[in-house]
Design a protein around this ligand. Structure first.
Ligand code: GDP
Ligand code: IMO
Ligand code: MG
Length: 429
């Protein structure tokens, strides 16, 4: 068997959590390979709603093992909160969750550093989720990080103390007033205490050499799904730098984030919203700053799962979709939130950009709103409620036309159409 991959083709929040949960019964293992608690993956079923930040979205199926891979960064405080939340719904996380010894830790001062850097950037801030992602990956790359497998070492707390000291030197250099800054609503010292308690609890999660575990699972015929976080357009190398996250969110990230060779990658599922959203700063060519954007935000409940921030909304962007398909090697696609477009009589799709007085369908290096303007095609809206559909055969013809138009543009089949947040609101094609 090979490792299938599901990842976002836009700026995150495409609905990855929902579809991983839908596909989970087909897999023995679901594994996260990058990102950290900047992710917020929502799963809804039986009238219940869960938001996962670190735990893979396969956790609701008793028969599926979930792995936090080496490429992920984990904040014990946030992870424990997730575990407790699931425990309240009778889900025994410890029975079905494994973590790589090589997973790096987000320590409390990474959270302060994130806030320090964002404050220093002022107007040009990234709009980070402030979960310590950039600073924790920085320490990993600069070889200063601490890993889950280190927690039991006798010198762990000395190393933690040294790292904290280093971080405070940077924080003080920036004159960041950390005393007035709250981390998840808590002053630093209180947060640190809770973080240290959480560190004890995460010792209960079975630690594995995940690269061996996953490769042995592949060999013994187990089916594995790699669950992406963020989206392709937030990739550290290929996103709109510097307005990106700090990991490789694309298929290539699965190899380094789980320890598998490229020839072990199976099918790659690309997931996108029927329109676009972005939370945080950075270029967004099809953004609607008018009433249409507001309708999308309200109709789609477009507020961040991790931070609650309103998401910026706009029309679907084909050049960006093509770029993401190219980078990831997408075999099939899933189109999410089609129901959100129901209020519109007319729906626009950006098929090209105007760039230096000519039309292009790629993303140029200079892609600020001053450099490129979207060229739109208008399609007729279906203008009717579709969230109660149970089969794609009941779909209005305008929705089918919309799907076929996209398929023709990007030359990849759309195999799932989602018409609501619930597990059941999923139409197979
Ligand atoms: P993820 O980060 O990619 O897992 O996506 P998020 O969970 O952050 O954001 C997707 C949001 O859309 C969540 O609130 C989902 O419950 C919701 N959602 C997913 N699919 C659909 C859909 O087809 N229609 C509607 N209306 N909401 C959906
Ligand atoms: P999921 O997995 C949407 C965005 C932030 C910010 C930029 C950098 O739920 O799709 P970071 O916290 O990494 O320093 O933020 O990336 N961002 C996301 N946007 N969905 C996410 O994850 C995101 N994770 C980070 O808003 O613009
Ligand atoms: Mg999300």
């Amino acid at each position: 068997m090979k490792v299938d991959v599901l990842l976002g083709l836009q700026w995150g929040d495409e609905g990855k959590g929902k579809i991983v949960d839908v596909l989970t019964p087909e897999y023995d293992i679901v594994a996260r390979f990058q990102g950290g608690p900047n992710a917020g993956h929502t799963i809804e079923f039986d009238g219940k709603k869960f938001i996962l930040h670190t735990i893979p979205s396969g956790i609701f199926n008793k028969n599926t093992l979930n792995i936090i891979g080496n490429g992920v960064i984990v904040d014990p405080y946030i992870l424990i909160k997730e575990i407790e939340n699931l425990k309240d719904s009778n889900i025994d996380v410890f029975a079905n969750l494994l973590i790589s010894k090589k997973t790096h830790l987000i320590v409390p001062t990474h959270r302060l550093l994130d806030a320090t850097y964002e404050t220093a950037k002022g107007e040009s801030k990234i709009g980070s989720t402030l979960k310590g992602i950039g600073p924790a990956y920085t320490d990993k790359i600069s070889r200063n990080g601490l890993r889950v497998g280190d927690i039991k070492n006798i010198n762990f707390f000395d190393n933690l103390k040294n790292l904290k000291k280093k971080h405070f030197r940077i924080i003080n250099l920036h004159e960041f007033n950390h005393k007035d800054y709250l981390i998840d609503g808590l002053p630093y010292e209180e947060y640190e205490e809770k973080w240290l308690q959480a560190l004890e609890t995460i010792k209960q999660i079975e630690q594995i050499d995940s690269e061996y575990f996953i490769n042995q699972s592949i060999q013994s015929g187990k089916s594995i799904l790699a669950e992406g976080a963020q989206g392709t357009l937030l990739d550290i190398d290929f996103g709109s730098y510097p307005f990106v996250t700090s990991s490789n969110t694309i298929t290539a990230g699965v190899c380094s984030g789980l320890g598998i060779a490229p020839n072990k990658i199976g099918k790659v599922f690309g997931i996108f919203k029927a329109y676009c959203t972005r939370v945080g700063s950075g270029p967004f060519p099809t953004e609607l700053k008018d009433n249409y954007g507001e309708i999308l935000r309200i109709s789609g409940n477009e507020f961040g799962s991790t931070t609650g921030r309103p998401r910026r909304c706009g029309w679907l962007n084909i050049p960006a979709l093509k770029y993401s398909i190219m980078l990831n090697g997408i075999d099939r696609m899933m189109m999410m939130k089609a129901d959100v477009l129901s209020p519109f009589d007319e729906i626009k799709i950006c098929t090209k950009y105007n760039y230096k007085n000519r039309e292009i369908d790629y993303i140029p290096y200079e892609n600020s709103p001053d450099d490129i303007t979207p060229v739109y095609t208008s399609l007729e809206g279906w203008n009717t409620e579709i969230d109660k559909l149970t089969s794609i055969s009941e779909a209005p013809p305008e929705l089918i036309d919309y799907i076929k138009f996209i398929e023709k543009q990007v030359d990849i089949p759309i195999k799932i159409v989602s018409v609501g947040p619930d597990r059941k609101q999923t139409l197979m094609r």
